[in-house]
Design a protein around this ligand. Structure first.
Ligand code: ZN
Length: 535
C-alpha cells in the first residue's frame, strides 16, 4: 500500500511549470500558526474511592448541570432586554453576540455587605437562594460554561441560514474547574510519585454538603487518576490549568479532561494541488484515493485500510446481536421472560463498540501517516464522505437495522473528528479537511457521472455509459474527492451567493477564497473527463 517515493523530483518540476499559478499562492495572506487545544483524557480511579465520594462526584456534576441550565434559561429569557447597569441602559447580549457577564451576575447573584458599595440584596433570578450550598467560584465557572455554550450557538446561528435549535443538555454537562493562581481556584493538583495506587490526585474544593455533617464543613474531594508514563510524556503538570470531569455512561467510567494548548506552523505548500478522497465503508474501514493534476493514480497514491481479523470479529458480533435480537422479539411476542437476553444484548453491543473503536483508531493513525507522506509532494486537501441524513436515522426507532446504522454513523463522526484533530496537530488548517455528503457517491460513475452502472458482488464497478471499470470502493473515494472540488468550484444552492463551503459534519463554513488554489485542478478535471488512461 505505502510505497517509497523515489524519482519524484523530476515530475514535480514539470508540474510546477505546467501549473504556473501555484507561484501566486504565496500572496494569499494566511496565519502562520495553527493553534488549538488538545484534550488529554485520564481515567479517574473510582475503584479507589469510597461509595460516598463517588456519590458526591455524581451529585456535583448533576447540580452543575442544573445550574448551567438555569443560567442558559436566564440568558434566553433576557436576551432582548436592556438593563440599567452603572448608570447606563445596556443590553444583556452585546452587539458582537457576547454575553455581558457582569450584567448577568447582577441579574443572578446577590452580594453581601462584605463587598463594599456593591450591595445587592435582591436580584430578579436569585441563584443563591436556589442553590444555597454553591460557592461564588462554582457559580462563576458554571456561568462561564453557560455563556460559552450560548456564544458558540450564536456564532453558528449567524453563519447558518436555518433556524438552529437552542442548545439544551439531556446529558450531564460538566463545568470547567479552574486551577487559579496560587491554588485559589476550585481545583488543585497533587502529585505523589511514591503512591503506588495513584500518582496524580485532583483535589476539588466543592461546597456540596455531606449528609449528616454541618453545613459549614467542606472537606475536599480527592480524585485519584490513572496517570501513566504515557501521560507523563504527553504533558507536564504545569500545563494543567483547567479540568472537566466527564462521565462516560457506556463504560460507566469517570474521566478527567485536561486541555493543553498547542501551536504549530501552518502547513503550506507550493506544490500542485491534490485532493485525497476518503470513503469509509463497512467491509473496508477506509479507502483513500488521491486526485492530482497529474491525472494518473499510482499505487502509492492509494490506501486501503482494513484489519481483516478485527473486521471479521465485528461481523461475527453483529451476527450474534442480530440473532439474539430476533429471539428477543419472539419471546416478547409470546410473553416469555427475556431479561437475560437484554443483558446479553447490551454486553455484546458494548463489545462491538469497543472493537469498532479500536479499528477506528488504527484506521485514523494509518491514514494520518499516509497523508503526511503525500503532503510533501502535493498541496493537499482531504475530503471525507459523510452520510448526511444522520438526523432521520436517529428518529427511526430502535430497530436492529437502524441501530446498526447508528453505530456506523457514530463511527463516521468519531473518525472524522479524530482525523481532523490529528491533522490539526500537524498544521493542517480546518478548511483542508472537509466532510462532504456522500449520497450517491457509490452509485455514480466517477468519470462520466452516469448512474447507468452495475456493482458486482466481488466489488467491481462497471459503468455502461463509458465502459469504465474499477474497484467499487475506489470509485466511491474518487467521487468523494471530486465532490469537494466541485463544491469548491461551483458552490451549490444557497451557499452560492455567500461564496462559502459547508462542512457537512461540523456545520462549519469555509470561505471559498481559501480554495483559489484549486484553479489548476479544475482545468485538469475538465480536460481529463474523457481520458481513458486514468486509472
Ligand atoms: Zn462512466
Amino acid at each position: 500500500m505505502k510505497k517509497e517515493e523515489k524519482n519524484k523530483p523530476e515530475e514535480r518540476k514539470i508540474d510546477n511549470k505546467k501549473y504556473g499559478k501555484c507561484e501566486d499562492i504565496k500572496s494569499i495572506p494566511q496565519t502562520p500558526l495553527v493553534t488549538g487545544f488538545e484534550t488529554i483524557r485520564i481515567r479517574i480511579k473510582t475503584e479507589l474511592m469510597s461509595v460516598q465520594e463517588c456519590e458526591r462526584l455524581r451529585r456535583l456534576t448533576a447540580r452543575d448541570t442544573r445550574i448551567i441550565q438555569d443560567y442558559l434559561r436566564i440568558i434566553y429569557h433576557n436576551e432582548d432586554r436592556k438593563f440599567f447597569y452603572k448608570g447606563e441602559l445596556k443590553p444583556l447580549i452585546k452587539t458582537d453576540g457576547k454575553v455581558n457577564k457582569s450584567l448577568l451576575d447582577c441579574l443572578t447573584l446577590t452580594t453581601s455587605s462584605k463587598s463594599e458599595n456593591k450591595i445587592r440584596s435582591s436580584v430578579p433570578h436569585d441563584l443563591k437562594k436556589r442553590y444555597p450550598h454553591c460557592s461564588h467560584d462554582e457559580f462563576q465557572e458554571c456561568r462561564n460554561k453557560a455563556t460559552w455554550v450560548y456564544e458558540s450557538w450564536k456564532a453558528l446561528q449567524r453563519t447558518s441560514d436555518k433556524e438552529l435549535s437552542r442548545p439544551q443538555f439531556r446529558k450531564k454537562t460538566p463545568r470547567q474547574l479552574n486551577k487559579g493562581i496560587d491554588g485559589r481556584g476550585t481545583l488543585q493538583v497533587h502529585y505523589d510519585p511514591d503512591n503506588a495506587e495513584a500518582k496524580l490526585w485532583l483535589k476539588l474544593r466543592d461546597s456540596l454538603d455531606y449528609k449528616g455533617e454541618g453545613k459549614k464543613k467542606h472537606p475536599k474531594l480527592m480524585l485519584p487518576l490513572a496517570y501513566s508514563t504515557y501521560h507523563e510524556k504527553k504533558f507536564k503538570l504545569d500545563d494543567i490549568k483547567t479540568v472537566e470531569l466527564v462521565y462516560q455512561s457506556s463504560k460507566q467510567q469517570w474521566w478527567a479532561h485536561f486541555k493543553k494548548p498547542f501551536s504549530v506552523p501552518s502547513y503550506q505548500s507550493t506544490n500542485p494541488p491534490a485532493v485525497l478522497g476518503v470513503d469509509l465503508g463497512i467491509k473496508k474501514t477506509a479507502v483513500a484515493v488521491l486526485l492530482s493534476s497529474k491525472g494518473k493514480v499510482t499505487m502509492d497514491e492509494l490506501c486501503f485500510i482494513v484489519n481483516k481479523e478485527r473486521q471479521a470479529k465485528i461481523f461475527r458480533l453483529d451476527k450474534r446481536i442480530q440473532s439474539i435480537q430476533r429471539e428477543l422479539e419472539t419471546r416478547i411476542m409470546d410473553g416469555h421472560p427475556h431479561n437475560q437476553l437484554n443483558v446479553k444484548l447490551s454486553q455484546l453491543r458494548t463489545r462491538v463498540r469497543a472493537v469498532r473503536e479500536q479499528e477506528l483508531g488504527y484506521a485514523v493513525n494509518h491514514l494520518v501517516d499516509f497523508i503526511l507522506q503525500l503532503k510533501e509532494r502535493y498541496n493537499l486537501f482531504v475530503s471525507v464522505g459523510y452520510p448526511k441524513d444522520i438526523q432521520k436515522n436517529h428518529q427511526r426507532g430502535s430497530g436492529n437495522k437502524s441501530l446498526r446504522r447508528m453505530l456506523n454513523m457514530w463511527c463516521y463522526r468519531l473518525f472524522i473528528t479524530k482525523l481532523k484533530h490529528k491533522l490539526e496537530r500537524q498544521g493542517f488548517e480546518p478548511y483542508r479537511v472537509v466532510a462532504v455528503g456522500e449520497k450517491h457517491t457509490s452509485k455514480t460513475c466517477s468519470r462520466c457521472f452516469s448512474k447507468n452502472i452495475t456493482r458486482s458482488s466481488q466489488g467491481r464497478f462497471v459503468c455502461h455509459q463509458c465502459n469504465y471499470e474499477l474497484n467499487a470502493d475506489l470509485n466511491g473515494a474518487r467521487n468523494i474527492a471530486k465532490r469537494l472540488i466541485n463544491y469548491a468550484l461551483e458552490p451549490v444552492g444557497k451557499f452560492k451567493e455567500k461564496n462559502i463551503l459547508l462542512d457537512t459534519l461540523s456545520g462549519d463554513f469555509h470561505d471559498l477564497k481559501q480554495y483559489e488554489r484549486f484553479a489548476p485542478l479544475s482545468q485538469w478535471l475538465k480536460y481529463s473527463s474523457g481520458d481513458t488512461s486514468f486509472l
